[in-house]
Design a protein around this ligand. Sequence first.
Ligand SMILES: [Zn+2]
Length: 317
Amino acid sequence: MQISRRHCLLWGAGLASGSLLGACATPSSTKTVSSMGFFQQQLGKARITALSDGIGRRPLDAGFVKNAPLAQVQAALAAANLPTTHIDVPYTCFVVELDGKRYLLDTGFADNGAAGTGHLHQHMRAAGIDPANIDAVIISHMHGDHINGLRRKDGSLVYPKAKVHIPQDEAAFWLDDARMLALPESGRGGFQNARRVFKGYPRELIQLFKSGEDIAPGISTLAAFGHSPGHTAIRVQSGSERFTFIGDAAHLPVLFVKNPDWQVQFDMNPEQARITRHALLARLAADKDWVGGYHFPLPAIGQLQKSGAGYEWVPRK
Ligand SMILES: [Zn+2]
C-alpha cells in the first residue's frame, strides 16, 4: 500500500500500525505534522502541541446541522473532499508549555470512549510530553468528550496532581442537582456524566474561574457561551503571537467555520451559539490569531480567512 500524507493524518489518530508510524515520520525543527497523532509549533516562548485523542465516526443525518438542508451539508462535505454518508469527528486536545508549566486543554476520553478514541497519552509521549508532568488541565466546557479523560472507568484520576480549571458557569449548571432532577431520566445523561467525573474529585485540585479571567500570565479566557451555558475559549499569548483554542464554538471547520450560521445538533442554545460563533471568528480573523478547535483535524492549528458569509480555516503547513 502506498503511504500518503493523507493516510498519515487519518491513521495517525491512534489507529496506525507500527509500520505506518515508521513510514510517516516527518521530522521538522519547529513544527511537526506527524503520523504520531500530533502537531507542534512554537508560539513566541510557548510551545503549542495539538494532540489527537482519536476519531469518532457517526452517520450523517438531517439532524446533524439543525438549520441547513441535508443536501447543503453534503455539498459542503463534498467540496472539502470528504465523504457525504458519514462524519469522522476528530477529538483534538492541546498542550500549552509556557514558563516551565504544561497545561492540557480538554481531555479526550481516556478509557471511557468508543473504539478509535483514548489515544491522547500515546500521542503525548510521541510528542515528547510525559502525561505525568501535566501541571494543569483547562476545561472549555463539561460535555463528556471534553472531560471524560480526567477519570478512568475504574474511578482513578488520570491527572492526580494537576489543577483542573473549570468555567464556573459550567460547573454551576452541570453540578446543579435541582436542575438535573427537574429533567426526565432520559435528559440527565450529561449531568450524570459530570458527576461520574467530578463527584469526590479532590476539592483542592479544582479551580473555578469566571470566563474572561486569566488562568496564568499569558493564558486568558474568553466567554463563548451558547454551545453550552459556560462554554469558554482559551487564549495563549507570547510576544506578539497568539493562539486561541475555541473548543466547540465552531464544530467541524469545513461546516461551521465556513458557515457560522449553521448550528450543530449539540449547540444547547443554538441562537446564542450562532451569535457567539460569528463574533469570535470575526475577532480571531481580525487579530490574525492561530486558531484551533476540539473537533478540528490535525494539524488543528491554522488561521482564518474571510470567505463569503463565513471563513476558510487554513491549516498551518
Ligand atoms: Zn465536543
